[in-house]
Design a protein around this ligand. Sequence first.
Ligand SMILES: [Zn+2]
Length: 122
Amino acid sequence: MKSATMRGTGLGAISYESERHAEAPECEVVRYACSLGHQSVIPFSVEAEEIPLTWMCRCGREAAAVNKVPKMAFVITADQRVLRTHWDMLLERRTIADLQELLAERLAVLRNQEEEEERLSA
Ligand SMILES: [Zn+2]
């Protein structure tokens, strides 16, 4: 039994693959640029409580974060959601003919169920 690997993660969805790589701490790389154009690339641990929006440049000026983008910015906006619906995605995978066939199949199944229920309740 490999009970030693069954550590309680609570979710049970963590793969051994990610566990093996977990030793190298993940970091978020933030690029800062000062008013003279010097760039400082500073890696922060993802466990860092707060990533500063400014950094002291090597020239002594204050450098502003260039690529500090809140993670939430990558969430699809409402506009994009309108542009690409579930229906659009479905059509990328299936043709209308496929969908008609599937619909016919499902309707046949439902009709059979209905008939069955009617027969049982009669
Ligand atoms: Zn500078």
